[in-house]
Write a protein that binds this ligand. Structure first.
Ligand code: TXA
Ligand code: MG
Length: 331
């Protein structure tokens, strides 16, 4: 395939999508690898391009709540309340499909995930196209999510024809995925909207699903978001005296660590602000991963509010390095 074009025209993106091509689109959370949700050939291309197993379900993106309602048997009251409050925005709801969407979308799962993205260019594409889009994060299976067009280009140059350039993502961490069981809201994936915010608007019980095992969110397995460089977590940076400063990058939550080369550090937020840290998280992982280091040590965020989602991503990104962590930090 030809060099991937990076452009700013939602109509070009919509025309390619209509022709069954894949297009990377900006959202407020991360870039998505979009395809026509009504075109099975295009949906298969998404799974193939990502190297994603077919049973990992995709989120259907629409321009409005009204469009969602055309594809489901109904929207429960709590879901309606959450959507009316958070859409467009980083909330994904699991609903009962009415059969108008291909089963490929949900990987054979009983429910389908929907969200209305808040990025003006994403909404522009959806309106121009006039059909919903499936859009998983635009990264190969298990790799770090993209929050900048250049991240997408590195992954998919010559694989997709077009990247719609909406600049860096403002939220920087994926949507919160919620399902509904009777009067309870179940959070299947921690994300940009915190459990507290969900509870406040839902006005009822909120349960956080344990993300291990084989629950309804199979994309939540332990190996995810990983850089190529081994990554370990540290609550703070004590106990890593054995690590080599020239070969070890630090992903710092709030401020530089003294005595460590600054060029091997990336600070998520100088003021320790959780929103800023979420916005910079994947950029930091991408940058440190490009430096040819032998190890990245990431400082975890305070475990409340958005810190829950940040730490969730860091833990999964470190998934394959747990044993290494034991060796390095507890010799
Ligand atoms: O912020 C986001 O949600 C981004 C942007 C591009 O919109 N998209 C995204 O998609 O993160 P993806 O495919 O990387 O992650 C979607 C996750 C799945 O891993 C799974 O946990 C959950 O959403 N999900 C999707 N459909 C589901 C379904 N039918 N049942 C249960 N969980 C589902
Ligand atoms: Mg993803």
């Amino acid at each position: 395939m030809k060099e991937t074009i990076i452009g700013k025209d939602p109509q070009t993106a919509a025309a390619l999508l209509e022709a069954g091509d894949l297009v990377a689109i900006p959202t407020e959370t991360v870039y998505g690898l979009a395809a026509d949700a009504g075109n099975e050939t295009a949906i298969r291309k998404v799974f193939a391009a990502k190297g994603r197993p077919a049973h990992h379900p995709l989120i259907v993106h629409t321009e409005s709540i009204g469009v969602i309602s055309r594809y489901v048997t109904g929207i429960p009251n709590t879901a309606k309340r959450l959507l009316e409050h958070f859409a467009p925005g980083p909330l994904t709801v699991l609903l009962q499909p009415n059969g108008r969407l291909s089963r490929l979308v949900s990987g054979g799962r009983p429910q389908v995930a929907f969200r209305v993205p808040a990025h003006p260019l994403a909404l522009g594409v959806l309106r121009s196209a006039g059909f919903p889009l499936v859009a998983p994060s635009a990264n190969p299976f298990t790799r770090t999510s993209p929050t900048h067009p250049m991240h997408v280009l590195r992954y998919f140059n010559r694989v997709i024809p077009y990247i719609l350039d909406g600049g860096p993502c403002t939220v920087g961490i994926e949507s919160t995925v919620v399902g509904f069981e009777d009067d309870t809201v179940v959070i299947y994936r921690a994300g940009a909207i915190t459990a507290e915010e969900v509870a406040l608007v839902a006005g009822g019980a909120v349960r956080v699903k344990e993300s291990s095992g084989s629950g309804p969110a199979p994309g939540m397995h332990h190996l995810h978001y990983t850089p190529r460089t081994p990554l370990v977590l540290a609550e703070d940076f004590t106990g890593m005296e054995g690590a080599h400063p020239d070969k070890t990058g630090l992903l710092c939550f709030s401020g530089y660590r003294a005595g460590w080369p600054r060029e091997n550090q990336f600070v998520l937020s100088m003021k320790g602000n959780l929103e800023t840290a979420a916005r910079n998280l994947y950029q930091g992982l991408h940058e440190l991963d490009e430096r040819g280091l032998s190890l990245i040590v990431a400082e975890t965020a305070p475990p409340h509010g958005l810190g829950i989602a940040i730490n969730d991503r860091l833990r999964r990104a470190a998934g394959h390095s747990f044993q290494l962590q034991q060796q390095i930090l507890n010799p």
